[in-house]
Design a protein around this ligand. Structure first.
Ligand SMILES: O=P(O)(O)OC[C@@H](O)[C@@H](O)c1c[nH]c2ccccc12
Length: 261
């Protein structure tokens, strides 16, 4: 079994139990559930920097990235840096994240927040909104075309933006539908952890122009962003490059200042 299959198998068990303890219906009456959301797609369209910065303590490919960072402080730093949005890992077992991190980020910054999660059920989409997310991630590698349609339509009906992530041409073909706002190309193969910006470059011309194009993972230089922009990318998801430093917020400020020069 590859790591992605393992993560998804664990996730199924987790949701099965969680939905018994906290049924989805109990979330939908809360004030936070009914709030207005921020649009990441809109922020990216209006931006000339396009940075989506991530909060990530560890990952299966990098055992420790940053165990000390305070999610509230990092969210404030990212907001001050002028990022278009912040991605918050909520998977505990493999990434050391949590829904608590998401809610603290929500309380700390008024910017679009992406729930970074392996979404395989409608329950997690309700939960995402209830914990303060504005955007959900759907990973084509673990979903059927029917699931992508059902999940993205539910998200849209709740006022959430949808970032659909692909890694190859086949995943891209099954994912193109009107309920998707942004198409993310993950430069990291989630099954082997290999990273190459060539993935973004080679898939770019297959993505129709009505979707905001986002390049994800392995981005650590201004040069890389300038190059990816030429392939039509408007969004750049950066995690480790900021998180591996002692002050991720400050690192984002420096990075975006340099990007604007
Ligand atoms: O830390 P990086 O290489 O800058 O990557 C960030 C982000 O793209 C990566 O964390 C990611 C992209 N897609 C995912 C899906 C699940 C978990 C994590 C991810």
């Amino acid at each position: 079994m590859n790591i992605l299959d393992k993560i998804v198998a664990d996730k199924r068990k987790e949701i099965e139990l969680k939905s018994l303890i906290f049924p989805a219906a109990q979330y939908t009456h809360s004030v936070i559930f009914k709030r207005d959301t921020f649009s990441l797609a809109q922020a990216l369209r209006n931006s000339d920097t396009g940075i989506i910065s991530e909060f990530k303590r560890r990952s299966p490919s990098k055992k420790t990235i940053n165990q000390n960072a305070n999610v509230g402080q990092v969210a404030m730093g990212y907001e001050k840096a002028g990022v278009c949005g912040m991605s918050v890992l909520t998977d505990i077992k493999y990434f050391g994240g949590s829904l608590e991190d998401l809610i603290i980020a929500r309380a700390s910054a008024q910017i679009p927040l992406l729930r970074k999660e392996f979404i395989i059920s409608e329950y997690q989409i309700i939960e995402a909104k209830a914990y303060g997310a504005d955007v959900i991630l759907l990973i084509a590698a673990v979903l059927t075309m029917e699931e992508i349609k059902k999940f993205s339509e539910l998200a849209k009906s709740l006022g959430l933006d949808v970032l659909l992530e692909v890694h190859n041409e086949e995943e891209l073909h099954k994912s193109i539908m009107p309920s998707i706002d942004m198409l993310g190309v993950n430069n990291r193969n989630l099954k082997t952890f290999e990273v190459s910006l060539e993935t973004s470059k080679s898939l770019s011309n297959l993505i129709p122009d009505d979707f905001v194009k986002v390049s994800e993972s392995g981005i650590s230089s201004i040069e890389a962003i300038k190059e990816l922009k030429e392939y039509g990318y408007k969004g750049f998801l950066i995690g480790e490059n900021f998180m591996k430093t002692d002050n991720p917020g400050e690192s984002a400020i420096t990075f975006i200042t340099d990007l604007k020069k």
